[in-house]
Design a protein around this ligand. Structure first.
Ligand code: ZN
Length: 310
């Protein structure tokens, strides 16, 4: 990896193709609406919001390959070695001037650094850093971005000696069952919750000092700042506060469409989970639900929600 990184750094700044379209008003209008930015200056003066820099040179979903950047080879190599996880850890943008409607930008990419392998809470991985500079048609740099991602190797969930995970006293293993591909982040703050679901309990974290309930679990009480914590057992009933029906993109280990709900518990917190055993067209906000525990593999039990008679 070190050798490839040095090679990619040595390539220096690699220019991409000019943007497929010039900076235009419709995209600016959509962006302002999506961001809730009511500043009239952009549309009145024909200026692009600076944070749109990346918008103008972004390839579409079905874009034809127009040559590769020095980052592509690095990502391919990391993926091939099992570092398939991605977390963007840093993005810094610098704006040199406003870009005007009608200008056509070109992005240039420079691979800056590869650091690792490093052990992180997500798994062992590499931090890859690169810079993108956007140029005007007369080669003036108008914006720059430093981007750093952690490419990590997702931990092997079949291991009995997973770091940070307490030993399981009730293995309850079904031999030969494939691990569910979407594993939750299990750490010191969340382990109690997943131990609970394996035992058919819906555990809600509570402050050991002031009693405030909180979900999702975290290290600090939002009310009194105490780090002393315990948990309480929820009754397992709730009502559907909000939901989405997921159609696309495909999700490993799941058949689409499926319903992702936010369930309001009578205890006073909300929890995210799938709504199951209910035709999608019958899912409605406010419907009464009851928790159901679904084993996804030998270790993971997901709490899901099923309709409940009132
Ligand atoms: Zn508290």
């Amino acid at each position: 990896m070190t050798e490839l990184a040095a090679k990619q750094v040595a390539l220096g700044e690699v220019r991409g193709a000019p943007a497929a379209d010039p900076v235009d008003v419709p995209m600016i209008r959509h962006w302002l609406a999506a961001m809730g930015d009511a500043n009239p200056v952009y549309l009145e003066e024909g200026l692009a919001p600076p944070a749109m820099a990346q918008v103008w040179t972004m390839q579409g979903l079905r874009a034809e390959a127009k040559g590769s950047s020095p980052v592509d080879a690095m990502m391919t190599a990391l993926n091939a070695r099992g570092y398939t996880g991605v977390v963007a850890t840093n993005c810094e943008q610098t704006y040199h001037r406003y870009v005007r409607v009608g200008e056509r930008l070109t992005a240039a990419t420079r691979f800056a650094d590869l650091a690792g392998p490093k052990r992180t809470a997500l798994g062992v991985g590499y931090f890859a850093t690169w810079n993108i500079t956007w140029y005007s048609e007369d080669d003036e740099p108008v914006a720059e971005m430093l981007f750093r991602v952690l490419k990590f190797r997702p931990p092997d969930r079949t291991s009995d000696h997973e770091p940070g995970r307490p030993p399981d006293r009730e293995p309850d293993r079904t031999p030969g069952r494939e691990p569910y591909p979407l594993q939750p982040a299990i750490n010191q703050d969340t382990a109690f919750f997943w131990e609970g679901t394996r035992r058919g309990e819906l555990r809600i974290q509570s402050c050991a000092d002031c009693g405030e309930l909180r979900h999702p679990p975290g290290p600090l009480c939002p009310r009194c700042r105490s780090t002393n914590r315990t948990h309480t057992l929820a009754t397992g009933t709730g009502t559907l506060y909000s939901y989405v029906v997921h159609h696309h993109p495909p999700v490993p280990g799941r058949a689409v469409p499926f319903v992702v709900g936010v369930v309001e518990l009578p205890e006073g917190v909300r929890i995210v989970g799938n709504v199951v055993d209910c035709p999608i067209e019958e899912v409605t906000i406010g419907m009464p639900l009851r928790v159901t525990y679904r084993p996804m593999d030998d270790r993971l039990v997901l709490p899901m929600w099923t309709p409940r008679e009132q």
